[in-house]
Design a protein around this ligand. Structure first.
Ligand SMILES: Cc1cc2nc3c(=O)[nH]c(=O)nc-3n(C[C@H](O)[C@H](O)[C@H](O)COP(=O)(O)OP(=O)(O)OC[C@H]3O[C@@H](n4cnc5c(N)ncnc54)[C@H](O)[C@@H]3O)c2cc1C
Length: 404
């Protein structure tokens, strides 16, 4: 087990500086354009693939690093560059996480690299859970998976919504219900391989923020996937369903642990936006003059910056603690993963709003990046579990009471 330390090791420092350079030199200059275009920033993904940042190997390296801090450090820098382009680069990692948490090692090694493709032939992945009537309440998914034994195929039917890279991905990881009566215990995850008939993109959403990231519905109509595309395999699923039908206590805690373990990474992204806005508004407050003095000389502005910095540092400590715990197999006894995502997400919204206030009129117009950072930050209190759901998880963990 790695000791927890705030001193990053050499490898992590190198990665931090490498990702920061990409964020500063490639993402930042392109951020405004792709926000306005609301399209997948292919040239930036290509550049990220060319240098190895958009690749299975890099993500695997960051996940494997023993302290657990390489991943949040890299994610913070990416999001500091631009959260929308960052999500366009990271969307595939959601698909990969879906495979890693439910698949066998063989499945991970087969499909993981395909989530990214190669610099010559880039591929994307998506993780499709949410539905029009099932967002926070994942137990009520309606998408059905029915096994066709004669053909050893699974037939998927349903509509997924809000899916990052939905419909444009090569690999879709779809969560569907095999036995609706069992709620979330009757669900399984499936790989839908590239160009599988029956999977199509529905509506593409026009969003408030992270607009360089593609978000759309995914329609599944008699979409048939081979038996081996069931993540974890049929025997494991049959055993899980049989235990659930007999009312034996769930072993699904492992899945819950996985969700908790990915949340610090989402918190790290929010942290990147908050830091960007803080740094920008600090510089601005020192330059901008009103009433014959720099606006930072007013306590009301300087105190905002002090609070912004304090909350950003507190967010990073929570994110790093949870990342270290997740990587080193520590149980999240008080919902530490949720805490990190919740606090960093709400901090990003708060900090970016304060940054707008510090810039005054310049904070409100699109010629300056601060209003974009505020729009981008808001998604961090919504996706990957809303702030309310994070509070539920923490409250249940600390109380042992099934709070509703
Ligand atoms: C840009 C974007 C990208 C996304 N990417 C993906 C993706 O790649 N894959 C994917 O599967 N999903 C994705 N999502 C979906 C996202 O995870 C859901 O939007 C989110 O989980 C909330 O679900 P909902 O929108 O249905 O809200 P609802 O669940 O309807 O919630 C509405 C409100 O009610 C509150 N609420 C609900 N239940 C409770 C409760 N028990 N206690 C207290 N409050 C409650 C919520 O906190 C929220 O404030 C994405 C969403 C967006 C907007």
């Amino acid at each position: 087990m790695a000791e927890f330390s705030l001193d990053l090791d050499e490898d992590t420092l190198q990665i931090q500086s490498w990702v920061h350079d990409f964020a500063a030199n490639v993402m930042r200059p392109a951020a405004h354009e792709w926000d306005e275009r609301e399209e997948t920033p292919w040239p930036i993904i290509e550049e990220a693939a060319r240098i190895g940042l958009y690749s299975f190997d890099f993500i695997a390296q960051a996940f494997a690093e023993p302290s657990g801090l390489m991943m949040p450090v890299a994610l913070e820098e990416l999001s500091w560059g631009d959260a929308g382009i960052g999500m366009a680069i990271l969307g595939s990692t959601l698909g990969l996480a879906g495979i890693a948490s439910n698949g066998t090692t063989e499945q991970l090694m087969e499909w993981g690299p395909q989530c990214y493709g190669t610099p010559e032939k880039i591929q994307l992945a998506a993780f499709a859970v949410s539905e029009p009537d099932a967002g926070s309440d994942v137990s009520s998914l309606r998408t059905r998976a029915v096994y066709d034994e004669a053909k050893d195929e699974w037939v998927l039917n349903g509509t997924k919504t809000w899916i990052s890279n939905g419909g444009i991905a090569d690999i879709h990881v779809v969560v569907a219900s095999v036995d609706p009566e069992l709620g979330s215990r009757g669900q399984a995850s499936f790989i839908v391989p590239p160009k599988t008939p029956g999977l199509s993109q529905g509506q593409k959403f026009s969003k408030m923020g992270i607009r360089a990231s593609h978000t759309a519905e995914v329609i599944l109509q008699d979409c048939r996937v081979p038996g081996h595309c069931l993540l974890g395999g049929k025997d494991k699923l049959d055993e899980k369903l049989s235990r659930a039908r007999q009312g034996i206590k769930s072993t699904g805690q492992a899945a819950m642990k996985t969700f908790e373990a990915t949340r610090p990474g989402v918190g790290a992204q929010a942290l990147g936006i908050a830091r960007a806005a803080y740094e920008y508004s600090l510089d601005y407050a020192k330059e901008r003059k009103a009433f014959g003095r720099a606006i930072i000389e007013n306590q009301s502005i300087a105190f905002k910056l002090a609070d912004m910095k304090m909350r950003i540092d507190a967010s990073r400590l929570l994110v790093w603690r949870a990342s270290w715990m997740g990587r080193n197999g520590k149980d999240f006894v008080a919902g530490e993963g949720s805490m990190s995502k919740l606090f960093a997400g709400e901090t990003a919204v708060w900090v970016t709003e304060e940054a707008i206030q510090i810039l005054g009129g310049y904070g409100y117009v699109r010629d300056y990046p601060v209003e974009r950072w505020h729009r981008d930050s808001k998604i961090y209190t919504i996706f990957e579990g809303t702030s309310e759901i994070q509070r539920l998880i923490i409250a249940r963990a600390i109380s042992g009471v099934h709070i509703k």
